[in-house]
Design a protein around this ligand. Structure first.
Ligand SMILES: C[S@@+](CC[C@H](N)C(=O)[O-])C[C@H]1O[C@@H](n2cnc3c(N)ncnc32)[C@H](O)[C@@H]1O
Length: 372
């Protein structure tokens, strides 16, 4: 039995709806997965008179990037069962900006909401991590998550000469890999309990693809090597200290197809035995929206100013958290400002080699009670 408490991670996306404004690429990933979501919905046995359907977006951030997808799901569902009540459970870890999430979903922030044009839809908000059970046993009809489940439940160790597991080696790599495996199984086991029999999951996760490519590693600059190189320069120039350099390790793991599939294929694995079945796994590559726009406008400054906030929206809290809390706040803020400014200057100097091309695996799963 997993305990009720989990150590709080220092993970926060940009707040106040800024995450969705800056992270157009993440919305593109969700919009591209909408077809898979609607196909999975089609495969659920829903009767015309069904009175309740529960959907959850897990690791939702401010909820802005999934608004369009959720709206399409609601419309498809209400075509089958016009009177159905729909719970939309938005879940994220406790440090998420829940005020921003509520504002976005209720249409009080930067975006209009599907709630203005739908009926019998009930948004609910949960601060339970996906490393815990979010919904009661056998109550979830459809679980969804996009670009969230690469965040680990904890940092397995500091990585000596890099900031991300894609640059880890030897024993350090192995510790991330072991931790990633345990975490992935934990995520799936909790979902297996929550799902009703016949319920569906669509999980769109950052990954390493068949050719070893991943977010930020296509052509040109490897984004994660660049993060590490600038951090190393800051150490060499005395802007940060050795302990701060070491502290900066992103608690993330990018699975391969084999790693994602393993607990769903091995008949002895508790995930398989809990009834979760892998229907489909596909690799998707989504273009960098800022680089695509840049091809048209050719404004280097604009490209750099749009590109950096998308990176900053998800990793600033980890860089900031690596700095010694004894340093005055303004000093820490200045270091972080200079860090992203350095990156921005590099993007302005050579815009053609910086890209936010995402590699995701879309997994479509079901809970089955027939082939156990
Ligand atoms: C890159 S954002 C993705 C947000 C949104 N799903 C999207 O695709 O635009 C990753 C999200 O995962 C959340 N997250 C990280 N660890 C989590 C956990 N253990 N449980 C729930 N959410 C988590 C973060 O707080 C963040 O909101």
């Amino acid at each position: 039995m997993v305990g009720r408490t989990e150590s709080l991670q220092n993970i926060t996306m940009s707040g106040g709806g800024a995450y969705s404004l800056a992270t157009k690429g993440a919305e593109d990933v969700i919009n591209a997965a909408t077809q898979i979501v609607l196909e999975a919905l089609d495969s659920i046995n829903i009767s015309k008179n069904q009175d309740l359907f529960t959907f959850s977006d897990m690791g939702t951030a401010d909820g802005g990037t999934s608004l369009k997808m959720v709206e399409k799901l609601i419309h498809s569902l209400q075509k089958i069962a016009p009177e159905i009540n729909i719970n939309i459970v938005y879940a994220d870890q406790p440090k998420n900006d829940f005020n921003g999430l509520v504002q976005t979903v209720l249409g009080l922030g930067h975006f209009s909401s599907y709630l203005d044009s739908t009926e019998n839809v009930f948004p609910l908000f949960s601060a339970n991590s996906f490393y815990k059970q979010i919904l009661p046993d056998n109550t979830l009809d459809f679980g969804f998550s996009a670009t969230a489940m690469h965040w680990l439940s904890a940092k397995p160790c500091d990585i000596s000469h890099h900031v991300h597991m894609v640059g880890a080696q030897g024993e350090e790599y192995q510790r991330f890999s072991d931790h990633g495996k345990k975490d992935w199984e934990s995520i799936l086991l909790h979902r297996a309990r929550e799902l009703r029999s016949g319920g569906q999951l669509v999980l769109v996760n950052f990954c390493r693809d068949e050719n070893g490519k991943y977010l930020g590693n296509t052509t040109g600059v490897n984004m994660f090597n660049n993060f590490a190189d600038i951090w190393q320069d800051f150490l060499d120039q005395g802007q940060i200290r050795e302990d701060e350099y070491q502290n900066m390790t992103l608690p993330q793991y990018y699975n391969t197809v084999e790693e994602f599939s393993a607990p769903l294929k091995n008949v002895e694995n508790p995930v398989y035995q809990a009834g979760l079945r892998l229907k489909q796994i596909e690799t998707h590559i989504t273009a960098c929206p800022f680089a695509e726009d840049f091809k048209e406008h050719r404004d280097t400054k604009r490209f750099a100013k749009e590109y950096i906030p998308t990176i900053r929206s998800w990793n600033e809290s980890i860089f900031f958290g690596a700095l010694d809390p004894q340093r005055p706040l303004e000093e820490r803020q200045q270091i972080i400002h200079d860090y992203y400014q350095t990156y921005q200057n590099q993007v302005m100097a050579s815009p053609e080699i910086h890209r936010w091309i995402t590699f995701t695996h879309s997994l479509s799963l079901k809970k089955s009670n027939t082939d156990l």
